[in-house]
Ligand binder design. Sequence first.
Ligand SMILES: [Zn+2]
Length: 120
Amino acid sequence: MASSSSGPTPHFTWAELGDPPIAHRVHARHLARHLETLRVILGDRPLTLLSAYRSPERNAAVGGARHSQHLHARAADLRQGVATVTQAERAGFVGIGSVRGWAVHVDVRPGPARRWDYPT
Ligand SMILES: [Zn+2]
């Protein structure tokens, strides 16, 4: 388990959150709190993040949306088969992108809830 000094919450390190710059750490902390809630919902097991904060360069390199929540450290991507959309909703995520009912992108964007499905 990561020490509290290496990340914003007990189970997520700044490195796992993509090393967000200081200006975005308040968002990353908010994101991590919801990830901790999701982790509990999933049975208190390790939750691997495929991607969280992305620099503009990194976001462009992976073909991310131009106004992606990842640019603000408000989004995390999960492996398909880990958390359902319902579980992500219970964890309080605002934006949820899914594949066949599995949440693969969760975010804490400001504004109204948004749900979408990625083509498979
Ligand atoms: Zn994403």
